[in-house]
Design a protein around this ligand. Structure first.
Ligand SMILES: C[S@@+](CC[C@H](N)C(=O)[O-])C[C@H]1O[C@@H](n2cnc3c(N)ncnc32)[C@H](O)[C@@H]1O
Length: 473
């Protein structure tokens, strides 16, 4: 039986009433709440194309703006609206912060439904542009055609080096200036693109899976070290080495120049060999007096300056006196574990990715820290009674899970083990609220501090300090 194509309504001249979760806005259409995707702001009067209809809410895409809200500001980037990054450039930074604060409060109150202290005012990011230390650009032979391209008429060159268009894996937006990463990021990308175009290097065809140049990764640091990784599809050494020599000679600031030959269907290279062509195989990042080695496959917080502020809050909430056994759950490359190690008796870091655990161990070694131990595995399988018996029961737990929050089994274990204090760092207040509601059985939330790590996006980090309730007789 053939399914009938459902036709969805167009809503005309609707006033956007508020922000909603996940960077969306909302409007009311009679009794129905409509969640809106696209570049809108509360106060805009818009036409909407509905694409999902549920009983209590609809979802829609903005298709026309009749009146722009007075709450808007002028975006600073020429690629705004097409590029998938920095989607809140049209919202003033103070409004962005207020919205993130509301997001945290709303989630903890509505989902958590627990007794809360007054939530601290969100900590703004010192830098609101050029705050990222890592960007990944894709080469493509199938450039997204902008309005400017269309006006030019005949297009002879369709090459691009930039970002994926949202929801279009095959289309790449050619980037002129990106305001996310400090220089020489833009200079390197533009020079590589120019070199490749002049020398007729084949840019990758993402659909046919052919071409030579695939991907360019640039990693900057607060120490001045600089990593560039070039990913190519095939082993054409003369072509590859000519490009690498060009980069090495044009940008002496590069301290680590690497390449990857990747003939796979996707751009991930965690399972491939990364070859150091020039300089060191890693870059060094610093936090206070600690050094962190960041290899080509290592994770490091992308807004390093603000990560330091986040970690300082976590450390102050942990309130370590020097005699505690601390567990750092979801430790990644052990940054938090190493950051607090000197204030604790011992820190045990647990993490899924075994390569990150290797980095965590190196980071302890580099800093002469000997009271840490790191283990790789899935948290729900790793954090068992046997593990705790072998490694000790924690006095303090710091947890920094991914967006999905902690597995119910992990929360259950925390309630069973009941450390005196839990510091919960989260990148998703909705799942944090869910977990805090479960932990409420034994814990009181003492303080909550939202932190902005990603200006011009809806993302917000939030740190909560939980203290074990006194046992009543
Ligand atoms: C938000 S990051 C925290 C990283 C680290 N705390 C930092 O600040 O750099 C979350 C970490 O959880 C890890 N992870 C995700 N799911 C996991 C699981 N089921 N078990 C253990 N670790 C997991 C990820 O690999 C990632 O390193």
């Amino acid at each position: 039986m053939r399914k009938k194509n459902k036709s969805y309504p167009i809503l005309e001249k609707i006033t956007v009433s508020d922000f909603a979760a996940e960077g969306k806005c909302l409007a009311r259409y009679g009794e129905i709440v409509v969640f809106i995707e696209g570049i809108v702001a509360p106060g805009d009067v818009v036409d909407l194309r509905v694409f999902k209809q549920k009983k209590n809410f609809w979802e829609a895409q903005v298709i026309k703006i009749h009146e722009a809200s007075s709450q808007r500001t002028t975006p600073f980037c020429q690629h705004f609206g097409v590029c998938g990054g920095c989607k809140w450039q049209h919202i003033p930074y103070t409004t962005q912060l207020a919205q993130k604060q509301d997001q945290v409060t709303d989630n903890l109150e509505r989902i958590g439904k627990i007794h809360l202290p007054e939530i601290q005012p969100i900590l703004p990011s010192k830098a609101t542009t050029y705050y990222r230390n890592k960007l990944e650009y894709t080469f493509s032979s199938n450039r997204w055609l902008t309005d400017e391209d269309m006006q030019k008429g005949e297009i002879t060159d369709r090459t691009a080096l930039g970002f994926h268009i949202p929801k279009r894996f095959d289309k790449i937006l050619d980037i002129e200036t990106c305001y996310l990463q400090p220089d020489p990021s833009n200079k390197i990308r533009l020079a590589v693109r120019e070199f490749a175009r002049q020398n007729n290097y084949p840019f990758f065809d993402l659909v046919k899976q052919e071409g030579f140049l695939r991907n360019l990764i640039i990693r900057t640091t607060t120490t001045g070290e600089l990593m560039v990784i070039v990913q190519v599809f095939s082993k054409d050494e003369p072509k590859l080495y000519a490009l690498l020599n060009f980069l090495r000679d044009t940008f002496p600031a590069i301290t680590s120049l690497q390449y990857v030959i990747n003939a796979k269907g996707n751009e991930t290279f965690h399972d491939l060999e990364v070859v150091t062509y020039h300089g060191k195989p890693y870059i060094t990042e610093k936090m206070e007096d600690l050094e962190f080695r960041v290899g080509p496959k290592s994770f490091y917080q992308t807004n390093a300056e603000q990560a330091l502020e986040l970690y300082k809050i976590a450390r102050s909430y942990a309130d370590l006196k020097g005699n505690e056994l601390v567990y750092d759950l979801y430790t990644g490359t052990g940054t938090i574990a190493n950051f607090v190690a000197r204030q604790a008796k011992k820190v045990v870091g647990l993490e899924y990715v075994s390569m990150a655990i290797e980095d965590a161990k190196i980071n302890s070694e580099v800093n002469g820290i000997s009271n840490t131990a790191f283990f790789a595995g899935d948290m729900k399988d790793l954090l068992t009674e046997d593990f705790l018996q072998a490694n000790g029961y924690p006095d303090v737990v710091i947890t920094d899970p991914p967006r999905a929050g902690m597995d119910a089994k992990v929360v259950e274990m925390l309630l069973k083990v009941a450390p005196q204090r839990i510091v919960y760092v989260s990148c998703n207040p909705a799942t944090q609220a869910r977990d805090l509601a479960l932990l409420d059985e034994k814990y009181v939330v003492m303080a909550v501090q939202p932190v902005d790590m990603f200006p011009h996006t809806y993302h917000v980090e939030n740190v909560a300090w939980l203290e074990k309730r006194p046992v009543s007789n």
